[in-house]
Ligand binder design. Structure first.
Ligand SMILES: *[C@@H]1O[C@H](CO)[C@@H](O)[C@H](O)[C@H]1NC(C)=O
Ligand SMILES: *[C@@H]1O[C@H](CO)[C@@H](O)[C@H](O)[C@H]1NC(C)=O
Ligand SMILES: *[C@@H]1O[C@H](CO)[C@@H](O)[C@H](O)[C@H]1NC(C)=O
Ligand SMILES: *[C@@H]1O[C@H](CO)[C@@H](O)[C@H](O)[C@H]1NC(C)=O
Ligand SMILES: *[C@@H]1O[C@H](CO)[C@@H](O)[C@H](O)[C@H]1NC(C)=O
Ligand SMILES: *[C@@H]1O[C@H](CO)[C@@H](O)[C@H](O)[C@H]1NC(C)=O
Ligand SMILES: *[C@@H]1O[C@H](CO)[C@@H](O)[C@H](O)[C@H]1NC(C)=O
Length: 337
């Protein structure tokens, strides 16, 4: 992994131009002293003699909370351990917070709810535990929330449904549970009211229950991963109208039903994965309308019927998995296209 500390240092160069206080400078230098990789050109140029700090008498004790003018903080892809400092709450100008891909542990401080200007918060790929704080619903500017690949547990707080600007929420690969499926079911509906949620992943958790009914109304969805989520139910009924949809993975579940008519309206579909379910019915000629399809994975279902000659229209297709179904007939010549 390439140390992303460079980005932070670039930011500091910018930040230095508008340096406001000696405390901020001291805090940064003290922090710099703790970097294990001290041998890069940016780090070398970051010292008191540079313009930003000229004439400063640096005295106070440093702390991240002193950087109250900071707008952009990127410490991702490093080896930072320990917990997320509560003093982050003081960075009230912060718009971007990247702490992903470190070894942070402990809980997500509820104080992060204070960062009301943040629109992109990425805490993924750490070792964060405990539940998602309900205070995150105060982050009304939030567009991107990545909490994936941690060890978060508990319920997905229904308060997250208040984040009406959310475009992208990734909660996959955690230990999230739900004993109240109805609460969970309502969540996407809240999120979808503004029609802004594009990316939504919840795969590889310990969630159970029916597919959230509110998702049917999420017409803005583009990229959806719910695989390895112990959803059950009739897919014909659960699947709504998602004209923007590009990627959907609903594999490894217990869905029955069929690929219903709404699939036809997904004109931008690139990748369809509904493997290892109990989907019946046959593949209809409309499959030929999905001209951008790169991948179709319907393996291990109960599909019947023929492999249609309409597959010839899928000139971009790279992966086609139909094995372990009840498909019959010949392999059509058109598949050669
Ligand atoms: C630091 O960087 C210089 C120039 O790239 C290199 O010659 C030197 O070996 C590096 N030192 C360490 C300790 O990595
Ligand atoms: C900087 O942070 C320290 C520790 O939190 C605090 O004592 C000090 O007052 C802060 N300075 C400013 C200017 O906020
Ligand atoms: C994450 O936490 C688990 C359990 O506490 C621990 O075994 C593991 O070493 C931690 N991983 C990292 C990268 O800190
Ligand atoms: C994840 O959940 C399982 C059971 O649901 C539990 O045994 C395990 O300790 C949890 N892991 C963490 C890191 O919370
Ligand atoms: C959604 O995910 C795709 C694929 O990972 C990415 O290219 C796109 O930028 C994401 N959209 C948003 C709004 O974050
Ligand atoms: C999903 O579950 C299957 C079967 O339990 C497992 O083999 C696979 O690794 C899981 N995939 C992910 C992305 O967790
Ligand atoms: C699934 O739902 C559709 C539409 O309501 C219905 O026609 C079909 O019989 C259902 N399939 C099963 C297996 O319940």
């Amino acid at each position: 992994m390439v140390p992303r500390i460079f980005y932070f240092l670039q930011l500091l160069t910018l930040f230095a131009i508008t340096f406001a206080s000696t405390e901020e400078a001291t805090a940064l230098l003290k922090w710099k002293a703790t970097f294990q990789n001290k041998n890069n050109s940016l780090s070398a140029s970051w010292k008191l003699s540079t313009d930003a700090c000229r004439g400063c008498s640096l005295v106070s004790s440093p702390a991240i909370g002193n950087l109250t003018n900071l707008v952009y903080l990127d410490l991702s892809i490093n080896q930072i351990t320990g917990s997320i400092p509560i003093t982050l709450r003081d960075l009230i100008e912060l718009k971007i917070l990247y702490l992903h891909s470190n070894q942070l542990s402990g809980l997500i401080p509820s104080e992060l709810g204070n960062l009301e200007n943040v629109n992109d918060m990425e805490l993924s790929h750490n070792n964060l535990t405990s539940s998602i704080p309900t205070t995150l619903d105060d982050l009304t500017e939030l567009k991107i929330l990545y909490l994936n690949s941690n060890q978060l547990s508990g319920l997905i707080p229904s308060e997250l449904g208040n984040l009406e600007n959310l475009n992208d929420m990734e909660l996959s690969h955690n230990n999230l549970t739900s004993s109240i499926p109805t609460t969970l079911g309502q969540l996407p509906e809240h999120l979808c009211q503004g029609g802004k949620l594009e990316n939504f992943t919840m795969n590889s958790n310990k969630l159970t229950g029916p597919i959230p009914s509110g998702l049917k109304k999420c017409s803005s969805l583009k990229f959806v991963r719910f695989n390895n989520y112990s959803f059950t139910g009739n897919l014909s009924e659960a699947f709504g109208i998602h004209p923007e949809l590009q990627f959907i993975d609903l594999s490894n579940k217990d869905f029955h039903g069929e690929l219903n008519n709404n699939w036809r309206k997904c004109k931008n579909l690139i990748d369809l994965r509904v493997a290892r379910n109990n989907i019946g019915g046959s593949i209809t000629p409309e499959i030929g309308n999905f001209k951008g399809l790169l991948g179709v994975d319907l393996l291990s279902n109960h599909l019947i019927g023929l492999i249609l000659k309409e597959f010839r229209k899928l000139r971009s297709l790279v992966n086609l998995f139909l094995q372990n179904n009840r498909i019959s007939g010949n392999i059509p010549e058109e598949l050669g296209y």
